[in-house]
Design a protein around this ligand. Structure first.
Ligand code: ARG
Length: 380
C-alpha cells in the first residue's frame, strides 16, 4: 500500500519504512522536518540549531531521540490538525496531552486508560484528550491496544448466523473470550481492553463507573425508548499510531466528542452494524414494501433526532452535522489565513446524512498527508 505522502515534498513512504520494529532507527530527515516545524510555529522555543544538534547526536548514539514535553504536545495537536478524515479539527489547539511515555506495562496502561476516560468524560462535558504511552525504539516494540476504541461493544455470533451486539467487534470479542473474558450476552456489553505488552496479551475490564452511556429516546415518540438503544459518550480511538518526527507512538489513545451522525447514521443504522432502520421504520408505521417510499431516509432522520435529543438532555457533549460542517469551514479558512493548507478527504468529511445541505459538500479539498500524523498500525 503506497498511499501515504509525507509533508509537502510528497515523498512516498514505502511499506518497509512503515513497519514497526525500527532496526534502522529514526529517519534524521523526518526528525529535522519536525523540529523545524516546531520552532517555526513556536518562536518562543528558542533557536533551532542547538536542538537539532542534540537530536542528531542522540539519533546517532541510540537510533532514536526523546521529544521534549512541549514537542510531544505540539506534535500530538498537529497530528490532529493533519487528520484528513476528521471534520472536528477547529479545536486542535485545545487537545489535552497526557505525557505517559514512561508507562509500558499492561497494568500501567490499563490504569492510565481508565484515568483518560475519567478526565475526557468529565461528567458529560467531553474534553478532547490524548494519552501518549511509550514509543517504539530500535529493536523494541512498544505496547499496543488491540481494541479500536477504549469503549466498544462486544459481538456474539448466534447459532443461526445472526449477531448480538456490534458486528464491527467480532474479532476483538473472540480474542477477549480466548483470554478468559465472559460477557453477559447483551447487545451492549463493553469489551475489556486487550493490551499487548512485552510479547504477552492480557484483557483488562474497564470499570463500569467510567463508562458514561446515553439511553436513546425521542422527543415525540415515547415508544422509541422501548427499542432499548443506547450509545457511549466518548469515542476514544486506541488503535492508531501517533507519528511525530520519525518517532512512532503506537499506543496513544485519543478522543474528541461525537457528531450525532456517527451514531445515528452509521453505528446504529449501517446494515453491517446495528441495522436499526427497519426496526424504527416499522414502529413509525412506514411502508417498507418499496425503496421509493424513502422509509429508510425517514427512519434515519428520526433516529438521528433521538441521538441528538438524548445526548443534549443528558448534558453530554455532541454536535450535529450542520454545526460541525460550519465549524470545519471556519477551521479551513483560519488555516489558510495562517498560510497553511488544510488537507481533507471529501469522502470522510461530508456527513453521511443530508450531505448536500452542509457547506462541506460543495467544494474540493487538498488531500495530501502531512506529518505529524495518526496512522493505522499494521498488526501482523
Ligand atoms: N466514528 C467512530 C464511532 O462512531 C468514532 C471516530 C471518532 N469520532 C470522533 N467524533 N472523534 O465510534
Amino acid at each position: 500500500m503506497l498511499r501515504w505522502f509525507r509533508s509537502n515534498k510528497c515523498k512516498k513512504i514505502t511499506e518497509a519504512e512503515q513497519e514497526p520494529g525500527r532496526e534502522e532507527g529514526v529517519d534524521k530527515e523526518e526528525a529535522e522536518d519536525f523540529i523545524r516545524l516546531y520552532h517555526a510555529e513556536n518562536p518562543s522555543a528558542g533557536s533551532v540549531k542547538p536542538r537539532l544538534r542534540d537530536v542528531f547526536g542522540e539519533i546517532s548514539q541510540t537510533g532514536t531521540y526523546t521529544h521534549t514535553a512541549a514537542e510531544l504536545a505540539f506534535g500530538a495537536r498537529v497530528a490532529w490538525r493533519n487528520s484528513n478524515r476528521c471534520i472536528g479539527r477547529l479545536y486542535w489547539k485545545s487537545l489535552r496531552v497526557r505525557d505517559r511515555r514512561h508507562v509500558d506495562t499492561a497494568d500501567g496502561i490499563a490504569e492510565e486508560c481508565a484515568e483518560h476516560l475519567r478526565i475526557a468524560t468529565n461528567k458529560g462535558k467531553i474534553r478532547p484528550t490524548i494519552t501518549v504511552f511509550a514509543p517504539d525504539t530500535p529493536g523494541e516494540r512498544a505496547p499496543t491496544i488491540w481494541n479500536d476504541q477504549l469503549i466498544r461493544y462486544a459481538a456474539y455470533l448466534n447459532s443461526d448466523g445472526g449477531v448480538v451486539g456490534d458486528p464491527a467487534n467480532i474479532e476483538v470479542t473472540r480474542m477477549a473470550r480466548r483470554l478468559g473474558w465472559r460477557g453477559h450476552g447483551t447487545r451492549f456489553d463493553v469489551l475489556p481492553l486487550i493490551i499487548e505488552a512485552k510479547g504477552g496479551l492480557t484483557a483488562h475490564e474497564v470499570s463500569p463507573e467510567l463508562i458514561l452511556e446515553v439511553p436513546l429516546r425521542h422527543p415525540e415518540f415515547s415508544w422509541f425508548a422501548e427499542l432499548g438503544l443506547k450509545w457511549h459518550a466518548v469515542p476514544a480511538i486506541s488503535n492508531m499510531c501517533l507519528e511525530i518526527g520519525g518517532v512512532r507512538y503506537p499506543c496513544a489513545p485519543f478522543n474528541g466528542w461525537y457528531m450525532g451522525t456517527e451514531i445515528g447514521a452509521r453505528n446504529l443504522a449501517d446494515v453491517g452494524r446495528y441495522d436499526q432502520l427497519p426496526v424504527v421504520a416499522e414502529r413509525l408505521g412506514l411502508d417498507t414494501s418499496h425503496d421509493r417510499t424513502l422509509w429508510r431516509d425517514q427512519a434515519l432522520v428520526e433516529l438521528n433526532i433521538a441521538v441528538l435529543h438524548s445526548f443534549a438532555e443528558d448534558g453530554v457533549t455532541i454536535s450535529d452535522h450542520h454545526t460541525e460542517s460550519r465549524r470545519f469551514i471556519a477551521h479551513l479558512e483560519k488555516e489558510e489565513r495562517n498560510g497553511r493548507v488544510c488537507p481533507a478527504d471529501w469522502s470522510w468529511i461530508v456527513p453521511p446524512l443530508s450531505g448536500a445541505t452542509t457547506p462541506v459538500f460543495h467544494r474540493y479539498y487538498d488531500d495530501v498527508q502531512l506529518t505529524p500524523m495518526f496512522s493505522h498500525r499494521s498488526r501482523e
